[in-house]
Design a binder for this molecule. Structure first.
Ligand code: MN
Length: 293
């Protein structure tokens, strides 16, 4: 633990959120956990979807060709196989425990299609905003296989997968300089293989939330425990110097944090810019086929 017991002050849970059941793409059933109503509070995060089903009718249609501009999509596959293809010429198979980090920048058209006809498909897609200065950057794409995601185990037996940022000295699969990427995202997947308590350092400026996808957890503040149940998102207050999470064996939780951009957010479906004019330009450029180059 890199925060000594005496100086640690854990964040409280500000609000708990139940996601909204919806369908997207070609009828893929999902729960939208972080919705548009949280975009200001959880700046720089724009959306978090959780999909999970063993019924092919819920996921078989996938996400056929569609555009994005102005932000990044981070897809974390817990189980199943999904193939990605995009207009920048990238292709990759996203599977069990792997991550795809796509920077839409000035524009991509891509598809995300299941490569299985049965079995479980489960995962998350997070949308991370780009600062205005980078919204029209060239598109980028990174496929991170499960074995390439750095992880560590605490002495208590808690397994921490560091997808982005840094945790207890372990550098994540995606780690960029704060100067280059001011949102400085932290993305952890924490598996409580035994009962235990986990602490993560956070600065007060970072907006942070967690999402429980197995079991249940408690957020500990000054000896007080707040229960966060299965499939709940807990928004954490901006205070103290970290968060302390306690859980029973088998619990799994995502912990996500980032530095707010504090810029205007204008969204029209898969385009996220700063102004309405920029959104209209995005639609015009997409219709003119400018995303396909
Ligand atoms: Mn997409």
């Amino acid at each position: 633990m890199n925060i000594s017991d005496s100086s640690f002050s854990g964040r409280r849970v500000e609000q708990q959120v139940i996601g909204q059941a919806t369908r997207d793409g070609d009828g893929v059933k999902l729960t939208r956990v972080l919705t548009q109503s949280h975009q200001r509070r959880l700046d720089p995060f724009l959306m978090l979807d959780n999909f999970g089903s063993d019924d092919p009718n819920d996921y078989g249609g996938g996400f056929p060709d569609h555009p994005h501009r102005g932000f990044e999509t981070v897809t974390y596959m817990i189980a199943g196989r999904m193939r990605h293809r995009d207009s920048a010429g990238n292709e990759g198979l996203l599977q069990n425990g792997g991550v795809q980090w796509m920077t839409a920048g000035r524009g991509v058209v891509h598809s995300e299609m299941p490569e299985q006809e049965e079995g479980v498909m489960e995962g998350f897609q997070l949308w991370l905003n780009l600062p205005s200065s980078q919204k029209l950057c060239p598109p980028g794409y990174k496929d991170i296989q499960s074995e390439s995601i750095p992880e560590y185990q605490t002495p208590e037996g808690i397994r921490v997968r560091v997808i982005a940022g840094q945790s207890q000295g372990v550098i994540g699969a995606v780690h960029r300089s704060a100067a280059e990427f001011p949102t400085n995202p932290l993305y952890l997947d924490i598996h409580f293989e035994t009962e235990g308590q986990f602490r993560q350092e956070l600065n007060v400026q970072q907006n942070a939330f967690l999402f429980v996808y197995r079991g249940a957890v408690h957020v500990v503040t000054d000896g007080l425990e707040t229960h966060v149940g299965l499939h709940r998102m807990a928004i954490l207050q901006n205070e103290g110097n970290g968060v302390e999470i306690k859980a029973m064996p088998g619990s799994k939780v995502l912990l996500i944090a980032g530095q707010a951009l504090n810029e205007p957010i204008a969204q029209y479906g898969p385009f996220v810019m700063n102004t309405r004019e920029e959104l209209m330009k995005a639609v015009d450029d997409f219709r003119a086929g400018l995303f396909n180059s």
